[in-house]
Design a protein around this ligand. Structure first.
Ligand code: PLP
Length: 382
């Protein structure tokens, strides 16, 4: 295939220094980043094998375990976004002879199934509609039928605003004996996540949702059972960058060079995790819930309705129906141009039908929710 190189009309001499606009990020991520995180990230990088950086890596691992609620030794951030964390989990744990059951109720479950197919596994899906949750009975039946040795679920489906009921689903998977992979990209830091209590064997998250740091790192954790699965592999891990044994040589006690960790992103993650633990997990979850309740009350006063059923609704990602007579994209653009506020559009089958309002990390406070609501009111009136 030949690609035409397209030099458009822009001449480099016209490019000036960036004047980055100020935005209030109230969409599906990235979320608003606290000043103290930005301040740490603006410092000059130290070397990635500098003793200072090595101790910073150790502190990140300790804090991540607490945020994930796990004692898993193998817990650290992958250099890359949430999708890199997904790729890391699957390339290490999925082999062609494996049978994997993937729960799909939105965009991100589909992604996991696509990657498992690329890895040559026998892929079965448990699919429900966009806007529905995966329920215990459905999972139980699918497990009986498919008998997978791996199960993958998305905790917080950012494309639809649905929270899959992990308190009910996790024990069923655990009982089946299958290895359990869980996407905690949007849930971690925004609502209860219990990696050990739910017997999750592999999880991946991301820094730019409820952790509240810029995109660029993907915290992951493997249980001893997952490590065992890797040790028992019959085929080679089909990746170099994401090979868990090589990566652990770097993030574990050996400290051998693998790649150059993005130093400044790790400064940011360290500060973000410190802020989370200083606030306290319970308090932080409650803050996200309260922001959601504040939004819910005001939306009903504006005559707007949720797309999602109340008992499966996420706090940190609110899927709201666009009024029938309104042009979704036009109003969203107005919100950005006139008020500097970003909210998200619907994806796939929900395009044009919903807005996705993210109340993540710094976005989940009364003042920011009030700003959004006031601006939304003005835009809807116009
Ligand atoms: C955002 C998101 C991802 C992908 O993360 P990136 O950082 O965009 O690569 C995966 N899963 C869920 C649930 C997400 O919300």
């Amino acid at each position: 295939m030949v690609f035409a190189y397209n030099f458009n009309d822009m001449s480099s001499s016209k490019i000036s220094s960036l004047q980055i606009p100020k935005r209030l990020l109230m969409g599906p991520g990235p979320s608003i980043v606290a000043d103290s995180i930005l301040e740490k990230m603006s410092k000059a990088p130290v070397g990635h094998l500098d003793p200072y950086f090595l101790s910073l890596m150790d502190e990140i691992k300790v804090m991540l375990r607490e945020v994930f609620q796990t004692t898993n030794e193998f817990t650290f951030p992958i250099s890359g976004t949430g999708s890199a964390g997904m790729e890391f989990c699957l390339v290490n744990l999925v082999e062609p002879q494996d049978t994997i059951l993937v729960g799909i109720n939105g965009l991100f479950g589909r992604r996991i199934a696509d990657l498992a197919l690329k890895l040559g596994a026998h892929v079965h899906t448990l699919e429900v509609g966009w806007g529905e949750a995966i329920e215990a009975e459905q999972l139980e039946q699918a497990l009986k039928k498919v008998k997978p040795n791996l199960v993958a679920l998305v905790h917080a489906e950012t494309s639809t605003g649905i929270c899959n009921p992990l308190e009910e689903l996790a024990p069923i998977i655990s009982k089946s004996g299958a290895l359990f992979i869980l996407d905690t990209v949007t849930s971690l830091g925004g609502c209860p996540v219990f990696i050990d209590r739910w017997s999750v064997d592999a999880t991946f998250s991301a820094t730019q949702k409820c952790i509240g740091a810029p995109p660029g790192l993907s915290p992951v954790s493997f249980s001893p059972k997952a490590m065992e699965k890797v040790a028992q592999r019959k085929t080679k891990i089909p990746s170099w960058y994401f090979d868990c044994s090589l990566l652990y040589g770097y993030w574990g006690s050996e400290r051998s060079y693998h790649h150059t960790a993005p130093i400044n992103n790790n400064y940011g993650l360290h500060e973000a995790l410190r802020l989370i633990l200083e606030e306290g997990l319970q308090k932080r979850w409650e803050r996200h819930k309260n922001a959601h309740l504040q939004l819910k009350k005001a939306l009903s006063e504006l005559g707007l309705e949720f797309f999602t059923p109340e008992n499966r609704r996420l706090w940190q990602l609110n899927a709201v129906r666009v009024p029938q007579d309104k042009d979704e994209a036009f109003l969203r653009k107005k919100l950005l141009d006139q008020y500097g506020i970003e909210i998200g559009p619907g994806l796939g089958p929900l395009k044009g039908k919903i807005w996705r309002i993210g109340l993540m990390a710094e976005g989940a406070n009364q003042e920011n929710v009030a700003k959004l609501l006031e601006s939304l009111k003005q835009v809807l009136k116009s």
